[in-house]
Every structure is written in structure tokens, then in C-alpha cells.
Design a binder for this molecule. Structure first.
Ligand SMILES: Nc1ncnc2c1ncn2[C@@H]1O[C@H](COP(=O)(O)OP(=O)(O)OP(=O)(O)O)[C@@H](O)[C@H]1O
Ligand SMILES: [Mg+2]
Length: 357
């Protein structure tokens, strides 16, 4: 499956509801990361499958098979890679695709691995082609060919590697070349989290941050977290600030709702940009269809910002559809903004075919 990797853009980085990690996230995330599979919330299927893979390897006294973690930003890929190492009692080496520009960079890392070590390769889809080819052989045969010298005199010296577990993470599994994908013994597809799971994430994090929160308060934050634990944790921190400054520090439903209103994150997790796009689409263009460029001008944003930052979540939420004729609002969009669709929409034109409503 292909995830929208687009929250990596600058505009998204500053958003309270952006899924990629900002500086503050990185500082606190270490403290909030579950340390073993038992502590890891949700993702039942992945947890069960991974538990079997790791248990079996441990029982055989062997190094675990290579694991590919695929899913949108902030769903717990880095967390799971650390859990895999912890469950195997193995050290972990962390690097990323963009950090490996030359095959030599990879050779240096691989040749210094200890037996059984976990090599975490984040953003594995962004590795260079020569490094990728070296990785094929390393994964399959625990061997690399190190090229010594240049030109006609260059020779390949085979180098044996100790068995290791490669854990690759990607937000874009669809971009991985099949030979690489096939070399993983197990692929975990991470899904967005349900509200009940996010509530558990929030309760757990509140405990670690020493913040008092009640059930309704956690539910209020969970509903605005876009199915993503990283966003849930970030909203929790902002609500905690509000509770400390404006109240007695305790998070209730009223406090959470008031705090997130200040930060302009609405009940469904839409922020100012998302709502701006929807509002323009509904109020200025009667719900569409309207072209992307026109819509972007209407909200005063770049085309790319609308398309890559705002739209993916609106589409996922079933509020907006991308059609060959342009962007179209769904009935749910009208309902969410509390507006009434024009008559033509409910009495049947082209839009009926799209939504059957
Ligand atoms: N299942 C979970 N239970 C509890 N907390 C979680 C869970 N998954 C993620 N988190 C929290 O969310 C934060 C983000 O998770 P993580 O860094 O593992 O995401 P990621 O998938 O690696 O994101 P990216 O694609 O940006 O690298 C972590 O700090 C962790 O505390
Ligand atoms: Mg990560």
C-alpha cells in the first residue's frame, strides 16, 4: 500500500496535526515509547504475527528473519524496531536510507555488525541503487563484495557477515523494488489506530508524563488525533499546557475541547488549513467539482500544499473526493461544517453517481 509521505513537507512539519516528528516530539518520544510487545498498544495482527516470528527465532536460538515495517508516519515503526531488538535481547544499530549514499557506507555498517544485531534502516525506500544491490546479497547470504581499487585493476573481495536481522521501515512500501521486498521474511502492515486504542495510548502517556486525565478527556483528544499515536501524544501535551495554565492541571473533556479549540484542531482532527480548503470548496464552489489550482488560489495556498498536506486526510476521512473533473465535497463534508448542500446536489446531478446519495 502507498502512504502519503507528504507530511514530510515543511508546511506540514509545523502543524499540530502533522504526522511527522518535530523537534519537541523527538525529545519526548524516547520517554513515551513502549519498551516491549506487551506494552505496544493496538495493531493486534502485527503484534501477534511478530510475536510468533520472534518467539520461534528465540526457541531455535537463531537470529530473527528480516522484518519490513510499512505504514504512515507516526504509527510506531521506529518503536517496533526497538521492541524487536529488546525482545531478541540484541543490540540495535539505527540508520536510514538517505544516510546511505554510497555502497561503501553500507559496507562499513554491515561489516561492523555483531552477531544477532538488529540493523534498523529507516526510510529504506530512499536508499541509493548501488547500496540496495549490496543489501540484497547481505540479506540473503550474509556476505558482501567490497570493491577495492578503481578502474580495470579493481577487485571484489568477498566479506562474510555475521547473521543479523534487518528491520526496514517505509511509508511507501509500493516504492520498494520487488527483489528487496521479497527478501524480507515478514512484512508488517501498520494500520491507523481506532479511537479506543488511541485512548489507551493517551492514558498511558498521561501516566508517564504525570498528568491527570479522565476517560472523557482522553476520548476527546483521541477523536482529534487522526488515528496516529504521535499526534495523540502531541495533542496531549498541548492540552496539558492549557490545563496547567487555565485550570488545576487535570484534563477533563471540557478542558480538552477548550484547549484544542484554542489550537484550532476541530472535533474530527481537522486544522485551520484543512477547514479552509473544505470551506472554500463548499462556500465558493458549491461543493465542486473544482480544479486544484482554482481551489488553491481560493485558499491562498500553494497547489502542492493543498494537494499534499491538506487533501490526503480529507480524502481518507471521506470528506473530499478527487475526480477526473476536479475536487468534489462529499455529503459528510457539508454535515461536518454544518452547511446545507445546494438543492441541485440532493436532487440529482453528476454527484449522485459519485456518492449514491
Ligand atoms: N502502539 C503504540 N502504543 C503506544 N505508543 C505508540 C504506539 N505507536 C506509536 N506510539 C508513540 O508514537 C510515537 C511515534 O511512534 P514512532 O516514532 O515509532 O512512529 P514511526 O512510525 O516510526 O514514524 P515515522 O514514519 O515518522 O518514522 C512514539 O513516541 C510512541 O510513543
Ligand atoms: Mg520512525
Amino acid at each position: 500500500m502507498n502512504w502519503d509521505d507528504t507530511t514530510d513537507t515543511d508546511a506540514a512539519g509545523e502543524r499540530l496535526v502533522g504526522a511527522s516528528a518535530d523537534g519537541e516530539d523527538q525529545a519526548v518520544e524516547a520517554a513515551l515509547r513502549p519498551k516491549d510487545l506487551g506494552e505496544f498498544i493496538g495493531q493486534e495482527k502485527v503484534r501477534e504475527q511478530l510475536d510468533l516470528v520472534l518467539r520461534a527465532a528465540r526457541a531455535r536460538g537463531a537470529t530473527a528473519d528480516h522484518v519490513l515495517l510499512s505504514g504512515a508516519p507516526g504509527l510506531g515503526k521506529t518503536t517496533l524496531s526497538m521492541i524487536i531488538a529488546a525482545e531478541m535481547g540484541a543490540p540495535i544499530r539505527i540508520t536510514s536510507g538517505p544516510a546511505i549514499q554510497h555502497a561503501g557506507d553500507l559496507a562499513a555498517i554491515l561489516s561492523s555488525l555483531q552477531e544477532g544485531e538488529v540493523l534498523f534502516l529507516d526510510e529504506i525506500h530512499r536508499m541509493s541503487r548501488p547500496a540496495e544491490e549490496m543489501l540484497y546479497m547481505a540479506m540473503e547470504d550474509f556476505r558482501v563484495d567490497v570493491i577495492v581499487g578503481k578502474g580495470p585493476g579493481a577487485t571484489a573481495i568477498p566479506l562474510e557477515l555475521p547473521p543479523f536481522t534487518l528491520v526496514g521501515a517505509t511509508t511507501r512500501a509500493g516504492l520498494l523494488p520487488p527483489p528487496l521486498r521479497d527478501r524480507f521474511g515478514f512484512t508488517a502492515h501498520m494500520e491507523f489506530y481506532g479511537p479506543a486504542e488511541l485512548e489507551r495510548v493517551i492514558h498511558r502517556s498521561a501516566g508517564l508524563l504525570d498528568v491527570e486525565i479522565d476517560t472523557a478527556g482522553a476520548a476527546e483528544i483521541a477523536g482529534r488525533s487522526r488515528g496516529t499515536p504521535r499526534i495523540a501524544n502531541r495533542l496531549l501535551r498541548r492540552v496539558r499546557d492549557y490545563a496547567q495554565v487555565k485550570a488545576d492541571g487535570r484534563i477533563t473533556q471540557e478542558i480538552a475541547a477548550a484547549a484544542l479549540a484554542v489550537y484550532e484542531v476541530d472535533a474530527r482532527g481537522l486544522d485551520r488549513l484543512d477547514r479552509g480548503v473544505l470551506e472554500a470548496l463548499l462556500k465558493l464552489f458549491g461543493g465542486g467539482p473544482v480544479g486544484l489550482s482554482t481551489l488553491a488560489v481560493a485558499v491562498g495556498e500553494e497547489r502542492e500544499t493543498v494537494e499534499e498536506v491538506a487533501e490526503p486526510f480529507l480524502v481518507r476521512e471521506g470528506l473530499l473526493a478527487r475526480t477526473p473533473r476536479g475536487r468534489v465535497a462529499t455529503p459528510a463534508a457539508w454535515a461536518h461544517l454544518g452547511l446545507t448542500p445546494p438543492r441541485s446536489q440532493s436532487s440529482g446531478n453528476g454527484q449522485q453517481d459519485l456518492f449514491g446519495a
